[in-house]
Design a binder for this molecule. Sequence first.
Ligand code: AMP
Length: 470
Amino acid sequence: MSFDTLGLRAELLRAISDQGYTEPTPIQKKAIPVILQGKDVMAGAQTGTGKTAGFTLPLLQRLSETPLPKGQRPVRALVITPTRELAAQVGASVETYGSHLHLRSAVVFGGVKINPQIDKLRRGVDVLVATPGRLLDHVSQKTVDLSRVEFLVLDEADRMLDMGFIHDIRKVLALLPENGKRQNLLFSATFSREIKDLAHRLLNQPELIEVAQRNTTAERIDQVVHPVDKRRKRELLSHMIGSRDWRQVLVFTRTKHGANRLAQQLEKDGLSAAAIHGNKSQGARTKALAGFKNGDVRVLVATDIAARGLDISQLPHVVNFELPNVPEDYVHRIGRTGRAGNEGEAVSLVCVDEHKLLRDIERLLKKEIPSEVLEGYEPDPSIKAEPIQRGRNTKGGGQSRKQGQTRRRGGASAKQPASSRGKSSVSASKGKRGSGKVAKKPNAGGQQNRNRARAGKSGERAALLGGRGQ
Ligand code: AMP
């Protein structure tokens, strides 16, 4: 099936062909015709499925078909995203796909100067892509008028709820034309009860579009768990990156502090690394991401929230240095790899404290993730599990005890089902270690940062869901 059959106009088809896309992805096949018909949509699609083009293309078409209102050019389409990075990426997609149309767009997010955004808004834009906080800053400064919005997109809505943006979103919704006078599109990677309730209140007889089975991970991602003691994780990570010659690795930690510390430790191990999280300035985040994309930064260490929506195509390796507290985040994390039809690998380093988190993830996935103990990194059976406190960071450093060579495929290193996890180790011939050097001292762990992902959950979700429909 080609794009020609979807009902898109020539200017958009040209832009698609400029990008080299030959075939619509499943979400695009389903969403584009429905959105063109003017229907509300609730779509389940992870990042990496092509969802951005799935809503941007028909949105641009609808905007280009409706006559421009008289007077000051009003914002007619509003796309709200949870993170700055995602806003920037969606904004870039709007520009790319709309390059042969005469529509204007702007992106507004926090962490950068507001004045250039004000100037752009003043000149008039058709499509505004925004994060909730900065959007409300503009509202309070009266530099944006949302009263003539005809199209609303909530992108990665589940993450917006997770990040506690619900009050902001409610405020924004109250500024839009009343429901029934606009087309609403809601995209979410997961469909929790809360998302369904939000959709129920926000959308008018929405068309439900799902491209992958709910809460399942993309097919082409090769997943593996390596049981390892907490204090040896960093050493193992450096070893894997070096010995397997991974050139571009996205590593997840649970906390911002943990991300910083791990990036520093990896640098000491001779691996170029950068951390990306919510406490970093926008400039630092953009720089880290650019370095990662162009190959200067080999390892990008990220928290869940910062990584959300990062558009890094063909990312070959994702490592869960720590498992997420929320099983759905595992799905989001590994969605960074195996994107747009490419194969990817998701490796999880799991210590004894995390066995329950792993079980929860496997329950969500409805399958066991193959487990493989790596020689030289066998977990010490005498270490007892300790509870993982919310937002507490695990100790990332480690002392070298035994050194060994990892071997994953073939020979004696076959993956084991989780049921036998931890029972046997992989035998492998002795060999050279990977390029990572070994830290001399274990690091002091523990930090008090609360995980932002947790913050808004119960109270704020309840506030929205109990609230009036917009
Ligand atoms: P998204 O899920 O929107 O973040 O898109 C993931 C990646 O897929 C982006 O890098 C897009 O440029 C790319 N992409 C989107 N649509 C297509 C398509 N039809 N064919 C190939 N790549 C695509």
